[in-house]
Design a protein around this ligand. Structure first.
Ligand SMILES: Nc1ncnc2c1ncn2[C@@H]1O[C@H](COP(=O)(O)OP(=O)(O)OP(=O)(O)O)[C@@H](O)[C@H]1O
Length: 560
């Protein structure tokens, strides 16, 4: 048994009442939760359970899968309840809402619940005015509810903002007994502040577990802490915080958790990635204030793995290289998983076209075609906008109405609209592109062998044998939308998250010239982070990389 293994086992077995684990990507945080659940089941009193809370449905699927693997389906079902925050809060309200006069026979809100009421207060405005006012109302409502406030307190907070429409919407909601998503969390949090109610949950759930605490809002973390206090296991990695735009507060959460739990445990070594992937990942991690990373079994990786970077004159040359190299890996090792992960949908376009033109099979994780909820929101927006909306109208409508969605859905919508942008160019009109949107099988079930084309935020929590990162240039990495220092730091964390999806190899590429929407070439500068990763490259020419791939898949039956 190695020291590294001991760190993991100690974290699994510790009887520390509040356990905080902060560890780098691939070090086994999710795995730890599953093993800790197994260990804690033996400590549960008769009829008691473990509560696992996740911030998104995708995280819920991921954790459920690990728990099923480690515990077995039956034991998992009997002893562990996995909820997202809305589901957990809704259940608390149904069971105990009466205590605070909250109606318990409410309907679970849908994507339309809040927009339908808000829209009723926008009559008489031009479309443009309506978009602005809708966004304002949504954000004021969200802000006024981000705490354990009663209905009266929410109204008072809204009156302070001075916007009469937000007050009217909230009065309407209260009058009709409807709940919005934000109300579920608010009431859940309020009810857990009633000592008798908290005691019931704390008695039943003798353990609570949370993955990726960096993605939680302080309100969600409060719900975690109040739901169970006998044994709490919270894991995460603030350096992977890429959702601050949806209300996540990694630093604030970490401060509170350290106060409660003391110093965090660390897992230290990566079980996911090869030494050469970890060198480049370490360089980014150190730049972000983190530590270098070591592989749990460094000798297990063929030639130590791969980290390569190549830069091309044009986006078309770059795309062609990515396609041919990924295809070569796929032909030689059909069981290998290959992710082509790009920061933004628009920048992936030349790569997508190269795959389409050549007929090389690749699975596109365009959320527009993968997520039924996203598709229904877009179809809904088209119905509401009528006749022939422009893409800008569609984007504004979809995003302003999505303010109350969970962060995952919001991110999915942004990505889907980017994908739609590309499809409009191909299809000739917005309506033609929208009609091409079709639900596909669920990508959250696991990654199939072969080539996958996806954008950065959806790749979170996944892993591939090979990761290609096209578009390592200014405007894409970092995104041109990141203006402040903190926004740019979040972009560097996106780079960390993307690199850390790789098991054996990571290949970073960029181009000096791209083609605009109007068909004109324009120059792009290399990413400002190129010097950061340059020193960690293991192959300096494309020929070297290709010969590594050929050696690997002729001499060696897939690494690790
Ligand atoms: N103790 C362990 N022994 C062997 N393999 C492990 C161990 N812990 C994790 N793994 C494997 O390593 C990979 C990464 O683990 P996991 O997803 O739990 O890491 P993580 O820290 O949650 O990563 P991320 O922060 O990127 O989500 C998985 O394939 C997992 O099965």
């Amino acid at each position: 048994m190695t020291t590294r293994r001991q760190a993991f086992d100690e974290a699994v077995e510790t009887d520390q009442r509040n356990l905080l684990v902060i560890a780098a990507p691939g070090c086994g945080k999710t795995e730890l939760l599953a093993h800790r659940a197994l260990q804690q089941i033996s400590l549960l009193a008769e009829g008691r359970q473990i509560l696992a809370l996740t911030f998104s449905n995708k995280a819920k699927t991921n954790l459920n899968g690990r728990l099923n693997d480690v515990l077995g389906v039956e034991r998992k079902r009997r002893f562990v309840v996995v909820h997202n925050f809305h589901g957990h809060s809704a259940e608390i309200i149904r069971c105990h809402g009466r205590t605070l006069g909250i109606p318990v026979d409410f309907e679970i809100p849908t994507d339309r619940t809040q927009p339908d009421i808000v829209d009723a207060y926008l009559e008489g405005l031009t479309e443009r005015e309506a978009d602005g006012v809708r966004a304002l109302i949504n954000s004021q409502l969200g802000e006024a509810k981000r705490g354990p406030y009663s209905d009266d307190e929410v109204l008072a907070r809204l009156r302070d903002t001075g916007d009469q429409r937000s007050v009217l919407v909230e009065e309407h909601r209260q009058r009709t007994g409807v709940l919005f998503y934000d109300d579920l969390l608010r009431h859940g949090q309020r009810l857990l502040r009633v000592p008798e109610i908290a005691r019931l949950y704390r008695t039943h759930f003798q353990s609570v577990m949370v993955d990726e605490f960096q993605d939680l809002s302080p309100q969600q973390l409060d719900i975690v802490l109040r739901s169970s206090d006998r044994s709490r296991t919270v894991v995460g990695d603030p350096l992977q915080g890429i959702y601050s735009w949806t209300g996540a507060r990694p630093a604030e959460n970490e401060r509170l958790l350290r106060r409660i739990s003391g110093d965090p445990l660390s897992l230290g070594t990566s079980y996911r990635s090869s030494p050469n992937v970890l060198r480049i990942l370490g360089a980014v991690s150190v730049e972000l204030g983190g530590a270098p990373l070591a592989a749990a079994d460094p000798e297990n990786w063929f030639e130590g793995g791969t980290a390569a970077g190549f830069f091309f004159k044009t986006g078309a040359d770059e795309a062609n290289f990515v396609r041919t190299t990924a295809a070569e890996i796929h032909e030689r090792a059909p069981e290998a998983t290959i992710g082509v992960i790009c920061r933004s949908g628009w920048r992936r376009k030349p790569v997508d076209s190269a795959f389409t033109r050549s007929g090389t099979p690749a699975r596109r994780w365009d959320l527009a075609t993968d997520d039924p909820e996203v598709i229904s929101r877009i179809h809904d927006a088209v119905d509401r906008l009528g006749a022939t909306p422009t893409l800008d109208q569609l984007r504004t409508h979809v995003l302003t109405n999505a303010e109350s969605a969970d962060s995952e859905t919001f991110a999915a919508l942004v990505e889907a609209l980017d994908a739609l942008d590309e499809m409009v160019a191909e299809s000739g009109s917005v309506m033609a592109a929208v009609s091409r949107l079709r639900a596909a099988e669920d990508v959250a079930e696991g990654i199939t062998p072969g080539i996958h084309l996806l954008n950065a935020h959806v790749g979170k929590g996944q892993q591939f044998d090979w990761v290609f990162i096209p578009g390592f240039d200014e405007g894409n990495m970092p995104s041109f939308l990141a203006k402040s220092a903190s926004e740019r730091a979040e972009e560097l964390r996106v780079l960390l998250v993307v690199i850390s999806r790789a098991r054996h190899g990571v290949v970073i590429t960029g181009a000096a010239s791209l083609i605009s929407k109007k068909g004109n070439p324009y120059s792009v500068a290399p990413s400002r982070w190129r010097p950061l990763v340059r020193g960690s490259m293991t192959h300096s020419t494309r020929a070297e990389l290709v010969s590594h791939i050929r050696r690997m898949y002729s001499d060696h039956q897939s690494s690790s």
